[in-house]
Structure formats: C-alpha cells, structure tokens
Design a protein around this ligand. Structure first.
Ligand code: 1OR
Length: 300
C-alpha cells in the first residue's frame, strides 16, 4: 500500500523547472510513436504531455547484457522502451551467489512499448529488480525522477488503486502476479454504455479487449435474434479478433447500464501473453459445436 511519505512531493522541488531536452523532428516522431501505446501518457492533458515529451531523454543501449537498473540502487529514472528487449532479474535473498552475476532469477522480459523503473520512484524504495538488455539496438526514453513524480505518478497510483480490487476478482487473471495486474491497471480505460448500445459489432475489425466491471451484456450472432452468451461482472470478451486477427465474431450489446475496463490491442498483446493459453482453452471448453464464444454462460 501507498505510504503517506511516498506521496509527498520531493522536498527539494519548491521552484522546480521541468527539464527541456531539445529534440530533432525525427526524434520527436519516434518518441511520439514510442509513447502512443503507453497507458501512463494517454490520460495526460496537452500541457502535461508536452512537458513530459520535453523532459524525456533518449538513451541508446546498443548491445545485449548492458545493465540499465541494478536491484538495490536508488531510483533515478523511469524508462519507456522504443526498441529492444530487456530482461528483469530478481534476487530475493540478496545473496551474491544467486544466478548470473548474483542477479537472481529472470522473472520477465519487456519489449517495445513497455516500460520499467517506476516502482522505486513511486514508493521511494530501492530498485526492486535488475534490468539488463537482451538484444542489440536497444533504445530507451528516460524520464527523470522529479518529472515522473510530479506529472505521471498520480495517474499511475490512481489507476493501480482503482483497479486493484476488481482485477483481483477476475478469474482469467488469477494466475498473474500482483505486479502483472498492476501493469494491466495502468493500461485500462473505463468506458460506460447505456442499455441497448453496441460495445462490439459483429464483422468489424477488433481493436480492444474488454473486462466487464458492472452490469450485464449479451453476445449475439447473425443479428439480435440469436443470443449466444450473457456476461456479468468479472467476465471478459473481445479476445478472439485480437488473438486471431479476425473480424468480430459476434456483437456484444449492453443489457443494462454497463461499465467495462477496456484494454487496447497493444496492451492486450503486451500484457495478456501469460493468459493467452487460458483464453484459447476456454473458447472451446465443454462445447459440442465449437462455438468460439461459448466459453461462458450460455443464454437459455
Ligand atoms: P524499479 O524502479 O524497482 C526495477 O526498478 C524495475 O523492474 C521495477 O521498478 C519494475 O518496473 C520492473 N517485480 C518487481 N519489479 C519488476 C517486476 C517484478 N517485473 C518488472 N519489474 N515482478 C514480480 C516478481 C515477483 C515480475 C512480474 C512478472
């Protein structure tokens, strides 16, 4: 949980001037692309967004095996990945013997569009993990601690707190670690629908995945006469078009007032990899007719 102390603004930042690192048009274009899919930036207003763009610094990580963050160090920067893969190692015991260079065990790999290094800045804690480049041609965008805390952090806290309870109840996500659910929370957007509104329309291309937070929705195939499924709190839908790059296989329509947590295609691919097997298995579970939507309660 968030300590009161970690929420205090940094004491030395009374007359803070945000850093400005000038960028070429080419750099700016790459930077905009790199942060476009990243949750934390998407809910910033124009001014804050511009301020963060100015403050970000490009950092080239040309080769594999370069340490970007060392577990136990003080936090200085938050990083967004433009290109390259980065491995996360955790040494739970602090033992020098554990794993390569005493870095402990590899717990995750993060790729383009992903980010890391937020925990130490959010909680005023030592670095929780070691982060090492895993490929050539890595490019990072680094945001200094003060700008992160002043501009991006409240957003991250709010979303992680707001979604923590709900995501913990979603059966699909129960095998994930709390940290993995926190990263999903960052990427979610709350959307509301009124009774009768289409959340998803059959035949259209798919660009998002949905978790149902409250209310009920019904899936229909071939027009609204043929209900195939009803969804309630904690259920998910919209995965098929994203998993298989196919048009929407059904329409999903709000039955009453519905609130969904929406996850865009990039976030879906980046964050739900570990449960892809579960989604695919559930598609066909216990059905004779292999109806691709029959992984949840069938409307009778
Ligand atoms: P940091 O500032 O502590 C290391 O610096 C960063 O590694 C950390 O922020 C996160 O951004 C990132 N546990 C802790 N930190 C992780 C983890 C993680 N994965 C990435 N980082 N995991 C939990 C393992 C029990 C891995 C979850 C898959």
């Amino acid at each position: 949980s968030v300590s009161a102390e970690s929420m205090q603004p940094d004491s030395d930042s009374g007359n803070w001037k945000p850093p400005k690192h000038s960028k070429t048009a080419e750099q700016l274009e790459r930077l905009r692309a790199a942060v476009s899919g990243n949750f934390l930036f998407s809910s910033l207003d124009e001014d804050s967004f511009q301020l963060v763009l100015d403050a970000l610094m490009e950092k080239s990580i040309p080769a594999p095996n370069i340490k970007v963050i060392t577990q136990g160090d003080e936090g200085d920067f938050f990083y967004v990945i433009e290109s390259g893969d980065f491995d996360i190692y955790i040494n739970p015991s602090g033992s020098v013997e554990a794993g390569p260079d005493g870095m402990g065990n590899k717990v995750a790999t993060i790729g383009p569009g992903g980010s890391f290094g937020e925990l130490a800045l959010m909680y005023n804690a030592p670095r929780a993990a070691t982060v090492v480049s895993a490929s050539k041609g890595g490019l990072l965008w680094a945001l200094d601690r003060v700008t992160f805390r002043r501009i991006l952090m409240n957003n991250a806290f709010q979303k992680r707190e707001m979604y923590e309870g709900f995501l913990g109840e979603v059966p699909l996500l129960s095998s994930l670690k709390p940290y993995e659910r926190a990263k999903i929370a960052d990427a979610l957007e709350t959307v509301k629908f009124e009774p009768g509104q289409n959340i998803i329309t059959e035949g259209e291309p798919g660009d998002a995945f949905y978790l149902l937070e409250s209310g009920h929705a019904v899936a229909y195939k071939h027009g609204v006469d043929h209900a195939v499924k009803e969804y309630g709190r904690g259920d998910f839908f919209g995965e098929l078009a994203l998993l298989d790059d196919k048009p929407r296989a059904a329409s999903v329509i709000a039955k009453d007032n519905v609130t969904v947590a929406k996850l865009g295609r990039d976030g879906f691919k980046r964050l739900l990899g570990p449960v892809e097997g579960i989604m695919r298995r559930e598609e066909y579970e216990g059905t004779e007719d292999l109806d691709p939507l029959s992984h949840q309660k069938t409307v009778t």
